[in-house]
Design a protein around this ligand. Structure first.
Ligand code: NZQ
Ligand code: ZN
Length: 388
């Protein structure tokens, strides 16, 4: 096991009707003038936004609102949000929605206390301060409600990049599984693909003997696999939605990565893809991940066989563990197919001739990608080709 830091300071308010406590919690965490940030209108339609505003009013808090964060959130609205915060002396940012609204809100919270261009924090500058950010989650997927990251697409070049800091971990997140009842099946399934990927980016590692972290990741994956068919069959199955929602948070608050090297090559390859074609992040991952697994499997056949046996219940072929490893990847692909996820990047609009551009957009220079296997440009090309 490697030395590690694990810091997850978010206060989680989980369960039915917990959004009613929003005002109280904002106050508890020091907010007085709040920017409510949301997406394209699902929270308006569902009445959630009104309930949140009422809760803030009941706690005597003032607020302004900014909607319009799109999936794969863009830089333009963030510049607007930052100006708004500075002009109105906002001291607290509250995101209501899925990962896109939350990430957009995180970027606003960082930019509001910075004189330069917020994009600096996506190109290597260290975040030194940010307004407190909190979330009311409506979509189980990105894990941003408990994570130290934000992912934004800059309209100049459509570069999709991540920014990281413990300062953008939400101070509180309200998780009411009932708020996810209205999700379309495709969005639920794409969320599942993303959650699985968050564990797998940490599970396929060269670090040995991190038994507890392995077992935690396996518990999260098994929970996701068991609960997903239930919510797809009955979107209002509270218990199944609740288990999925908590699994999504635990998948990405980094407890499943403690003490080990993590990979993240598949996410970076997918980000270029969703930045360019504007597809749902989880759907892109459902296709990229198996291609990556097939390509890197030989790095550690026994780890892939462990994934097959423990997660998919495959029988171990002791004569030829590679057969077991391959079966596990196949079972993963079948699962994704069974929940309605695409199996090829071309289903999502990708073209073979775009592959060189996707690789260029990674801006690797002479660096490699990932850690389980350090991928060169040539490796990345082959993985994209396997996926198209
Ligand atoms: O915009 P609205 O109208 O709210 O509609 C959204 C959007 O169209 C809709 N939706 C959300 N909750 C709903 C709902 N529709 C009905 N009922 C509800 N309860 O769903 C659509 C997708 O929302 P979005 O927020 O884009 O989805 P998701 O949560 O999957 O977030 C995706 C973004 O998160 C990034 C991804 O790259 C992508 O940009 N990620 C962020 C991470 C992080 N910050 O830690 C890690 C992830 O790996 C990921 O990269
Ligand atoms: Zn993800």
């Amino acid at each position: 096991m490697l030395n590690f830091n694990f810091y997850s300071p978010t206060y989680f308010a989980f369960g039915k009707e917990r959004e009613k406590e929003t005002g109280k919690l904002v106050k508890r965490f020091g907010g007085t003038k709040v920017l409510i940030h949301y997406g394209g209108g699902s929270v308006v339609k569902s009445g959630l936004l009104d309930r949140i505003k009422k809760s803030l009013q009941n706690s005597g808090l003032s607020f302004i609102e900014l909607g319009g964060a799109v999936p794969n959130p863009r830089s333009g609205l963030i510049y607007t949000g930052i100006e708004l915060c500075k002009e109105k002396n906002i001291d607290f940012v509250l995101a209501v929605g899925g990962g896109s609204a939350i990430d957009s809100a995180k970027a606003i919270a960082v930019g509001a206390l910075y004189d330069g261009d917020f994009w600096d924090f996506f190109t290597g500058k260290t975040i030194e301060k940010a307004l407190p950010i909190a979330t009311v989650l409506t979509l189980t997927a990105a894990g941003s409600e408990g994570s130290a990251s934000m992912v934004i697409t800059h309209e100049n070049g459509m570069l999709k990049r991540g920014g990281y800091s413990d300062l953008i971990r939400p101070v509180f997140s309200i998780l009411n599984p009932e708020l996810t009842y209205t999700l379309p099946p495709y969005q639920t399934a794409a969320g599942v693909a993303d959650m699985m990927a968050h564990v797998m980016e940490r599970y396929f590692t060269n670090t040995k003997n991190v038994e507890l972290t392995d077992r935690l990741g396996e518990a999260v994956m098994l929970t996701i696999i068991n609960e997903t068919p239930k919510v797809l069959k009955n979107p209002k199955d509270y218990e199944a939605r609740a288990n999925l929602m908590w699994a999504g948070t635990v998948a990405h608050n980094d407890i499943c990565g403690a003490g080990r090297e993590q990979d993240w090559a598949s996410h970076k390859m997918e980000h270029e893809f969703s930045g360019l074609y504007d597809v749902t992040h989880g759907a892109g991952l459902a296709v990229i991940f198996p291609a990556w697994m097939k390509y890197v499997m030989k790095q550690d056949i026994l780890r892939f066989a462990q994934f097959a046996v423990r997660i998919w219940g495959c029988e171990m072929d002791f004569q030829n563990p590679e057969n077991t490893a391959r079966e596990g990847i196949e079972r993963y692909e079948q699962f994704m197919k069974s929940i309605g996820m695409p199996t090829r990047l071309s289903d999502l609009g990708a073209k073979v001739e775009d592959i060189p551009m996707l690789i260029d957009k990674l801006q690797l220079g002479d660096k490699t990608l990932g850690s389980f296997v350090k991928l060169t440009r040539e490796d990345i090309r082959k993985i994209y080709e396997l996926a198209v």
